[in-house]
Design a protein around this ligand. Structure first.
Ligand SMILES: Cc1cc2nc3c(=O)[nH]c(=O)nc-3n(C[C@H](O)[C@H](O)[C@H](O)COP(=O)(O)O)c2cc1C
Length: 180
């Protein structure tokens, strides 16, 4: 129970999400006297496929697809606190973090939504310039639906003043109003 399960949804082990999670993890561990257990999500972790393994409901407990999911899920079972972090991809969490979160549904569903009750989660999103809020919102909704208590959320952006005229934010050249 004295662990903080840290789940990294980045594709870069030495990237910015990792740096952010290290800093937040240190803060949470100091505050609650916890030891971190770190997981870098496998690039090929599967998402829920609604496989209907159980005749009576969609899921079986601990999921039928065997991959990194089971190891992380058991670590969460042994912990009271979880920290998840993701880079922003088109205003959304990374595909592999979404895949992983969707798999957690079997644990909530097969325990009458008790599995995550009393477990606290901190959510972090990291981006170049935009999309952290929508990413946090998506993850908060999913985590609340699973039954987690949202303990905290945080964002980082590393935008610098642009020195070029590249079009950003999904605009075309015709839409753009460039300042000189
Ligand atoms: C496919 C893709 C989509 C991205 N979409 C956004 C975005 O919508 N907004 C943004 O500010 N940054 C976006 N980024 C940039 C990443 O969020 C940013 O570089 C992040 O810090 C990368 O974290 P990492 O070092 O852990 O990989 C995107 C990057 C990729 C590869």
């Amino acid at each position: 129970m004295n662990t903080l399960v840290v789940i990294n949804g980045s594709y870069h082990p030495d990237g910015l999400t990792t740096q952010c999670l290290e800093a937040i993890s240190k803060k949470l561990c100091d505050k609650h006297n916890l030891t971190p257990v770190n997981f870098f999500l496998d690039d090929n972790i599967r998402g829920c496929a609604s496989c209907r393994s159980d005749k009576h409901s969609d899921c079986v407990m601990w999921c039928r697809f065997e991959d990194q999911f089971q190891t992380i899920a058991h670590a969460i079972q042994d912990a009271k606190r979880v920290l998840i972090g993701t880079p922003v991809y088109l205003d959304f969490p990374s595909p592999k973090l979404l895949a992983f979160i969707s798999r957690l549904n079997c644990l909530a569903e097969k325990t009458n939504r008790e599995f995550f009750r009393g477990r606290y989660i901190h959510i972090h999103a990291n981006a170049y310039v935009s999309g952290t809020k929508s990413t946090i919102q998506v993850l908060m909704s999913a985590c609340e639906m699973l039954g987690f208590t949202i303990e905290g959320r945080s964002t980082t952006e590393y935008i610098q003043k642009w020195s070029d005229h590249k079009i950003r934010g999904g605009m075309t050249q015709e839409d753009a109003c460039l300042l000189s």
